[in-house]
Design a protein around this ligand. Structure first.
Ligand code: S3P
Length: 433
């Protein structure tokens, strides 16, 4: 149990954003799909992304961890090895959903993916369905859970309309499309994070966007020498939220990926009245090559409630628990709608956020696809359980700093899934040298 006492002074100083989790997973996978060496700088050193390193090693990538970077020597696009046992994805939903896209098109191999208790509750039918439509042979427990068996086969390009805006499903199909015969088209109901597309373009793949339709073409090989992983906007969102709530705060976030598909939380917070200064990328047509990186300045200020609509949800999906927290401190009501996907994350994040914050004194109701918060000018504090979910652990910590009595977080160690240095960074910003 870790106690987060009410902050007696603001958060001050500069935080170098820890490397982005989504981009790190993709960098390791893409490097493994490349047969020439690939240098990856800024790879995230956390539990989830270690799972991806172990996975690509099991598939015959050589991973050399050096002082300033990681050098990958991958087996290449069509030569993943077949390990003797299952591949353990740990807690990493992104690895679970992306890796099958690469493996499904490699005829002759059979792979089994499995993970921790939380992973075993997370659906894979969302990727199994489009892959099966391309000719993949997959077998999941009860048709939708791990262990997931993938028997590589010849794939054919298809047209698939995503039932939900999900970067994980989209990325899985994009990877499969590289190995399929003919073009693969994906229609998205709305934008979701686009790191896979950007990175594939960087690696010479033919990926095009026309409105809400993405097309990927088969590829003989990928070519990229180096991938730089920028800082994670989802990780620094926690310190940013703390700075928005704790009086006297002035925080500089350095090296943040400000890709427009990732900074929805900062836009929502701005709308609520938070001070966020920095160049958030504007929505782009087509597929930009590379990731924009910038510095963001955050300061505390009075907040008002807001309505987060369905189209904004994928652009702030992992930060929506923080919107609920800001809502407790804001004047009026804060509503999040169209966020049913939150129920399928590491935990049911609608139920867990509502339970957790209510236990600290919040006035918050769950809806089928989101939550409604009534601002009550603050939070009392109390005990909050992380239930093994890294983002709930960090939410509890930030709630504690901003509360009147502090918060005991049960299971704070879960933060190591995405951000092992979370508590140390917070402590440093609360007592700058
Ligand atoms: C991720 C996509 C999101 C997000 C997850 C990471 C990714 O999931 O919640 O934490 O790296 O592609 P969905 O795309 O399934 O919504």
């Amino acid at each position: 149990m870790t106690f987060f006492a009410p902050a007696t002074s603001g958060l001050r100083g500069t935080l170098a954003a820890p490397p982005d989790k989504s981009i790190s997973h993709r960098a390791a996978l893409l490097a493994a799909m490349t047969s020439e060496p690939v240098q990856v700088t800024g790879y995230l050193n956390a539990e989830d992304t270690h799972s991806t390193l172990r996975a690509v090693q099991a598939l015959a990538a050589i991973v050399e961890i050096r002082d300033d970077d990681i050098l990958f020597r991958g087996p290449g696009l069509r030569a993943a090895a077949q390990p003797t046992g299952p591949i353990d994805v740990g807690n990493a939903g992104t690895l679970l959903r992306l890796l099958p896209g690469w493996l499904a098109g490699q005829a002759g191999g059979v792979w089994i993916l499995d993970g921790d208790e939380s992973i075993r509750r997370r659906p894979v039918d969302r990727i199994a369905e489009p892959l099966a439509q391309m000719g993949a042979r997959l077998d999941a427990r009860e048709g939708r859970f791990t262990p997931l068996t993938i028997a590589g086969s010849r794939l054919t390009g298809t047209s698939y309309e995503l039932p939900v805006a999900s970067a994980q499903i989209k990325s899985c199909i994009l990877f499969a499309g590289l190995l399929a015969s003919g073009a693969t088209r994906i229609r998205e109901p709305g934008p979701s994070r686009d790191h896979t597309e950007r990175m594939l373009v960087q690696a010479g793949a033919r990926v095009e966007r026309d409105g809400d339709v993405l097309t990927v073409h088969p590829q003989d090989e990928l070519e990229v020498d180096r991938i730089d992983v920028p800082g994670d906007p989802s990780s620094v969102a926690f310190h940013a939220a703390a700075a928005m709530l704790v009086p006297g705060s002035r925080l500089v976030l350095d090296g943040v990926a400000v890709n427009w598909t990732r900074v929805g939380f900062f836009r929502i917070a701005q709308r609520m009245g938070a001070v966020v200064v920095g160049p958030l990328e504007e929505p782009q047509d087509g597929i930009p090559a590379g990731e924009p990186v910038a510095e963001l300045d955050i300061a505390d200020s009075a907040l008002g409630g807001t309505v987060v609509e369905a189209h904004e949800v994928p652009l702030a999906i992992d930060e929506l628990p923080l919107v609920a927290l800001l809502g407790c401190f804001a004047e009026g009501e804060t509503l999040v709608r169209g966020a049913g996907e939150l129920r399928l994350k590491e935990t049911d994040r609608i139920a867990m956020v509502v339970d957790g914050l209510r236990g600290l004194g919040a006035s918050i109701e769950a809806t089928e696809d989101g939550f409604a918060v009534t601002g009550i000018g603050g939070l009392r504090g109390g005990v909050m359980a992380a239930h093994g979910d890294h983002r709930l652990a960090m939410l509890g910590a930030v709630a504690g700093l901003a509360s009147r009595e502090g918060v005991e977080v049960v299971g704070m160690e879960a933060a190591a899934v995405s951000y092992p240095g979370f508590t140390a960074d917070l402590e440093r910003l609360l007592s700058p040298a």
